[in-house]
Design a protein around this ligand. Structure first.
Ligand code: UD1
Length: 363
């Protein structure tokens, strides 16, 4: 590290974090006084969940890959804490950056805080108010340990205020919106892929499903898939490894109109989203991307952190309930009232975060 240079360690590990870190890394590199050291926990490790993102989004190779892999929440998080502590002690960064709500976020926040290194949280203040979700626990702990809290929306700022957190809070906009704008221009044509699975652009539903609460119960999952078979449209389904594993374990039968494909890359996904008639998802990021692209979304959950997508009429919460899904689709087709908001910022969130980091470090 040269004189006058500040070191920031970014802790990432799962698919959505690669996207966020890709845009923020670019912005940090515009500040010659900042040096980012990327630490990958290894939470996601399959090529299509990991390397593909680094290649496509031109993320520099991580300085460290902790190779933690899968495990129960305790085992996975404990391994991250142990290995991350060594790295932070060696690197001695001035600050640590964490992203979103995964076990890697939790581990990054805890390790840094215990070593008295200020930790900053990108995508702070999000709440589902459902503590049965592992991600909600990660968000709450991550926010309460953070020094700088970069909120994507006004709702997030309000959520933090209710928990007594007001210092260090910055409403910067959503880095996922930055990413969708930046990489949307590069999005790869999905025509070939759609042809392979006999799906026509504009005439399919795109589905993602991986949350623990949706993949843990055999009967619920079987009922849902059987309900998908009653839809009169193909459902294109890039399958998350967690879901692939449980579907096999539970012996879930996949109806003929559901076309399973391996996990899509980010650029592929943007294109698949753009051409979908509607999107069915339990992912936070995909709900927002549906909104950014103004594609109707049915969220396969009972609550969402991204309330703005529902308030504007582009998103409906239907749970993992085939009847509610059918009903939701019908309402979407019948031209439900929809509006637009600029609640996710202007596509320059990463720039703002980098500027704030730079100013705080120079103090
Ligand atoms: C994690 C995050 C979630 C995020 C999601 C994005 C937590 C608690 N959850 O969920 O917030 O939305 O990533 O994808 O951190 N697996 C593989 N190969 C991989 C990755 C995972 O086979 O490359 C399998 C493993 O069996 C693993 C399971 O998927 O046990 C779950 O993986 P895990 O990293 O615990 O959480 P995700 O479900 O991916």
């Amino acid at each position: 590290m040269s004189r006058g240079e500040f070191k920031i360690v970014s802790v990432i590990g799962a698919r959505p974090q690669f996207v966020k870190a890709a845009v923020l890394g670019r912005a940090l590199r515009c500040h010659p006084g900042l040096k980012e050291v990327l630490v990958h926990t290894g939470q996601h490790y399959d090529r299509e969940m990991d390397q593909v993102f680094f290649e496509e989004l031109q993320i520099p190779a991580p300085a460290y890959n902790l190779g933690v892999g899968s495990g129960s929440h305790a085992v996975q998080t404990a391994e991250m804490l142990r290995r991350l502590e060594e790295v932070l002690e060696r690197e001695k960064p001035q600050r640590v950056l964490t992203y979103g709500d995964t076990n890697s976020t939790l581990a990054g926040a805890l390790t840094a805080a215990k070593l008295h290194i200020p930790v900053d949280h990108v995508e702070a203040g999000l709440r589902s108010f459902n503590r049965a979700m592992p991600e909600e626990i990660n968000r709450i702990v991550g926010d309460h340990l953070a020094s700088l809290l970069f909120c994507p929306t006004e709702t997030a700022v309000e959520n933090l205020k209710r928990e007594g957190i007001t210092a260090g809070v910055h409403q910067v906009g959503d880095v996922m919106y930055d990413a969708a704008l930046l990489f949307g221009e590069m999005s790869r044509s999905a025509d070939e892929l759609l042809e392979q699975v006999h799906v026509v652009p504009g005439n399919y539903l795109l589905m993602t499903l991986h949350r623990a609460e949706n993949t843990e119960h055999k009967d619920q999952l079987a009922r849902f898939f059987s309900g998908l078979g009653k839809l009169d449209m193909p459902v294109l389904f890039p399958v998350h490894p967690r879901t692939a594993k449980v579907m096999e374990q539970f012996g879930i039968s996949v109806p003929g109109n559901v076309r399973c494909i391996p996990p899509a890359s980010y650029l592929q996904m943007l294109s698949l989203e753009k051409h979908a008639r509607a999107i069915l998802t339990d992912s936070g990021g995909v709900q927002k991307e549906a909104y950014f692209l103004r594609v109707p979304c049915l969220t396969l959950r009972r609550e969402t952190e991204w309330v703005e997508t529902v308030q504007t009429g582009w998103n409906r919460l239907v749970g993992l309930d085939p009847v509610a899904l059918q009903q939701g689709l019908k309402e979407h087709w019948n031209g439900a009232a929809r509006s637009s908001c600029d609640c996710f910022g202007d596509g320059r969130s990463a720039e703002r975060i980098a500027q704030i980091e730079s100013e705080v470090l120079a103090q």
